[in-house]
Design a protein around this ligand. Structure first.
Ligand SMILES: [Zn+2]
Length: 436
């Protein structure tokens, strides 16, 4: 039996899916305009681990896991304009980087990865319905959700109205009936990406994207909705309002699962504070993806995680020991104690300590797999052999060298890779590689 902490009820409850043969989980995915930092990687790793546990408990085909790709957004538009290129070049580049970085951390791709730009029709249909039902209104080319039309607004975050308005940091626009109302659709200028709609050419707001995709791919009420703590308000609150108003009040999710922040010792890691470190940089420093994954799982997912050299060093030491114990054994039975720890609201620190205490190689190998660990061979681990992650890291080093006009270093990296049978190709979307 899996128990999960549900943010909506603020308690740990038994996880009983509506249909154990089709368990539905949605996690808010990346906005693809920059490299993911280690704080962004935490939900990817946490929900990947939860997916592994659910599949172990309910069966390999029991889960449909969707994680969206936000590929239309003001930050993407700004970034494309700055480089003088089409937004799709930015989004394709950074989606590829995201998948490579998460892949290096042992994160399996979700079953469904809906892209916002491919789901405009579903979003427009949902907005039309909300307007028709009196939950949204058009004003100066915008469509806004009328927060006052929904009595349960605030049920997830449990904030009072003033705190909600302050927390949403919403623009106080003259066309809003209420400052807390949020945008479902906004107009696009001629030189900005946009789609035709009943309200003119424009583009969707961010919140409606998730609501429309969930309804489109998973259903009205899903089993688990996940994301970082920072999404509770306003993003998830707004998703709930849109979805429940569209679907006659049906709950959006049975369980709301939120992971804590990663901090750099004292303050939250965030792009706006400029104190981020990315998996890509860490891989380039020579850390292995598996080490970063274990470091991310070393604290309970609801707790804050301080990203320090010590945490990384401990993860590496633990993996050294696990690989020494497991060797290249074929996976055997999964240890019941490890499953029990993970089933208790994904208690990864306890699962890890139980894993470290095991001595049967086959059991260690099978149990570690539940955490997405010991996925390579022991020989590869101890030799420090180069996989795809090493190649990506060296491509980044080469790009840095070129930026610093150190062309000799850039050429040296290219030649070294060529000697290993790796050919680099430079294009507008960045550098890609293939084997010769
Ligand atoms: Zn979302």
């Amino acid at each position: 039996m899996i128990r999960l902490h549900d943010t909506m009820t603020r308690e740990k409850r038994e996880f009983a899916p509506a249909d154990p043969e089709r368990i539905t989980m949605y996690v808010c995915g990346p906005t693809v305009y920059g490299r993911a930092h280690i704080g962004n990687a935490r939900p990817a790793v946490v929900f990947d681990t939860l997916a592994r546990l659910i599949r172990h408990e309910f069966g390999g085909k029991s889960l449909v896991y969707a994680r969206n790709v936000t590929d239309v957004d003001d930050k993407i538009i700004a970034s494309a304009a700055a480089e003088g290129i089409d937004p799709s070049v930015i989004t394709e580049r950074f989606e590829r980087f995201y998948l490579e970085d998460m892949g290096a951390l042992g994160v399996q791709p979700p079953d469904i990865a809906p892209h916002a730009t491919q789901e405009i029709a579903a979003m427009v249909a949902m907005i039309e319905r909300l307007v028709g039902l009196g939950h949204a209104y058009e004003a100066e080319g915008h469509v806004l959700f009328a927060v006052g039309s929904w009595d349960d607004y605030g049920e997830l975050s449990r904030r009072d109205r003033d705190a909600m308005i302050a927390g949403a940091r919403v623009e106080v626009a003259p066309y809003k009936r209420d400052p807390a109302d949020f945008v479902l659709w906004k107009p696009s200028a001629d030189d900005v990406v946009g789609w035709d709609s009943p309200w003119g050419r424009g583009r969707p707001g961010w919140h409606v994207e998730c609501s429309a995709m969930i309804a489109n791919h998973l259903g009205e009420t899903i089993d688990i909705h996940g994301g970082g703590l920072d999404l509770i308000f306003p993003h998830h609150e707004n998703e709930i309002a849109q979805s429940r108003c569209t679907h006659a009040g049906a709950p959006l999710a049975r369980f709301w699962v939120h992971n804590g922040f990663v901090d750099m010792g004292s303050e939250k890691m965030s792009k706006s504070l400029g104190n981020i470190i990315t998996p890509n940089e860490l891989l380039a420093q020579g850390h292995k993806g598996e080490t970063l994954r274990l470091a991310l799982l070393s604290a309970h997912y609801r707790q804050p995680l301080s990203w320090t050299e010590e945490v990384i060093g401990q993860a590496k030491a633990n993996l050294d020991r696990l690989y020494r114990t497991a060797g290249d054994a074929e996976p055997g039975e999964v240890d019941a104690g490890v499953v029990e720890a993970l089933s208790d609201d994904l208690n990864t620190p306890l699962a890890l300590s139980r894993l470290m205490a095991l001595d049967d190689p086959a059991t260690v190998k099978a149990s570690a797999a539940l955490l997405g660990l010991l996925q390579g061979s022991a020989e590869h681990w101890f030799q420090g052999g180069e996989g795809g992650e090493g190649i990506e890291a060296r491509i980044t080093q080469r790009a840095e060298a070129k930026k610093n006009r150190d062309f000799a270093a850039a050429d040296r990296i290219r030649d070294e890779l060529k000697a290993e049978g790796i050919v680099l190709e430079d294009g507008p979307g960045g550098t890609t590689w293939r084997r010769e």
